[in-house]
Ligand binder design. Structure first.
Ligand code: NAD
Length: 421
């Protein structure tokens, strides 16, 4: 691991992209710090009558292109560095997809698995009480992220409605359908990545049936496994925080979904259905053509990037590959479809949810899928061509693509040249 913070690593991508563009210095000046990050203490009553404090943050990184947008993570190791980095990535992700949003992110430092359901509800409502003046349908719009889900978004929307005195479903996305959620949101992150791989398959020279390894078996990981398996690809390995399983002929997905639904690790299926146990850390080195990181940041670094056998990496997680890991993958000819493009299906359908909430008219799931596919293919193709034309990685191309849009918006307020001429 490098000594750089996650945020330093993220900023290095900005410098790299800027080198390929002729942009005003104002742009970098504006994008190198978050606009605002608020830190609070949430205090809730626990089931045993005691009171407990939790640290929480909300970062609005940049709102030049529109209100800030980004998920809320509940994780015991959440830090301000992580929140600001995720908000930076969201700024670029929304620009990659040309959504009218800036980037934001939030987190609570908590292990929600150690709380009761009622405690999680109280914590979710406390988050909104603390940040009700920061969020808003035209200001900052949260969504789910790691260890938060649609029910939590529903509680949060409800708490916001109570504070402002009226229903405001567009304040938060990823809500249950019955509370103004969008059809197609639950698998949108994976589906966007799946459309991208399908669209680029010919350019990438992919075989019709790929062996796939999926790291992390939550929302993103489970849906990508299902979508790829439905297309005839073979899911040969999956992992979660407690372990991994492997099967050369393909894993039994129903057994894996059943384990997760029961609150068990995928590792508990070892010894059945031809599944063999594997250490979670060994998943990245499994023999396969497509590796899908769908867990957390920094999972592929200088220590294990050399073991990657896949020729294609689809980053459904945010920031799963460190800059050092990236350099090793590039040297070994591994193509990485970067997070700010590959997992942008989630925020895109969140944007659709916000649009539907504001217009009060709801689309069919088919309409959602067509609109998502159109945007994924349009932006994926543009980034692919940029990467070929300039001889740069897909990641650098995605940053160049996003930065040129951010620069256009920032420069539209006037640059040094304008004011001094
Ligand atoms: P989730 O909480 O549903 O799932 C996370 C999974 O990662 C769990 O299965 C967990 O066990 C696993 N995990 C944790 N540590 C691990 C480890 N060390 N090794 C292997 N697995 C591990 O979260 P999610 O919503 O699926 O998000 C996963 C990633 O995708 C995150 O990086 C998130 O920011 C990103 N993402 C999610 C969305 C979305 O819409 N859900 C959108 C964009 C990006």
């Amino acid at each position: 691991m490098s000594d750089d913070s996650l945020f330093d690593d993220a900023l290095s991508r900005l410098d790299e992209a800027a080198a390929h563009l002729n942009i005003d210095a104002d742009v970098i000046e504006k994008l190198k710090f978050p606009r605002e990050t608020t830190k609070v203490r949430l205090m809730i009553r626990m089931d045993d009558g005691s009171r407990k404090s939790f640290l929480a943050w909300r970062c609005r990184y940049d709102d030049t292109r529109g209100p800030t947008k980004g998920g809320i993570r509940f994780h015991p190791e959440a830090t301000i560095d992580e929140v600001e980095t995720l908000a930076f990535w969201m700024t670029f992700k929304c620009a990659v997809m040309n959504l009218p949003y800036g980037g934001g992110k939030g987190a609570v430092q908590v292990d929600p698995r150690k709380l009761s359901k009622a405690e999680v509800e109280r914590l979710s409502r406390a988050y909104i009480q603390a940040f009700s003046r920061i969020i808003g349908p035209d200001r900052d719009i949260p969504a789910p992220d790691v260890y938060t889900n649609s029910m939590i978004m529903g509680w949060m929307a409800d708490e916001y409605a109570q504070i402002v005195g009226q229903a405001e479903p567009a304040v938060i996305t990823g809500k249950p359908i019955a509370l103004g959620g969008s059809l197609g949101r639950s698998d949108a992150t994976a589906r966007g990545g799946y459309y991208l791989v399908r669209h680029l398959a010919k350019d990438l020279n992919l075989a019709p049936s790929l062996r796939v390894a999926v790291q992390g078996f939550g929302n993103a990981g489970q849906h990508i496994a299902r979508l790829l398996a439905e297309d005839g690809h073979k899911i040969v390995a999956v992992s979660d925080s407690e372990g991994a399983v492997f099967a050369t002929d393909g894993l039994n997905l129903d057994a894996l979904f059943a384990a997760k639904n029961d609150g068990r690790s995928v590792a508990t299926t070892a010894g059945q259905h031809g599944h063999t146990a594997l250490a979670a850390d060994d998943l990245v080195g499994v023999e396969c053509e497509l590796l899908v990181p769908a867990a957390l940041e920094n999972m592929i670094d200088e220590d294990n990037a050399g073991s990657v056998k896949a020729k294609l990496v689809l980053e459904l997680a945010n920031g799963p590959v460190t800059p050092e890991g990236d350099a090793i993958l590039a040297k070994n000819g591994v193509i990485v479809l970067p997070d700010i493009l590959a997992n942008a299906g989630g925020v895109t359908v969140s944007y659709f949810e916000w649009v539907q909430n504001r217009q009060g008219y709801y689309w069919t799931v088919e309409e959602i899928h067509v609109r998502l596919r159109t945007i994924m293919e349009r932006e994926g193709q543009a980034i692919w061509e940029l990467s070929r034309d300039k001889g740069i990685t897909m990641r650098t191309a995605a940053y160049v693509h996003a930065l040129s849009r951010l620069a256009e918006a920032i420069e539209a307020h006037g640059t040094q040249n304008f004011f001094m001429s």
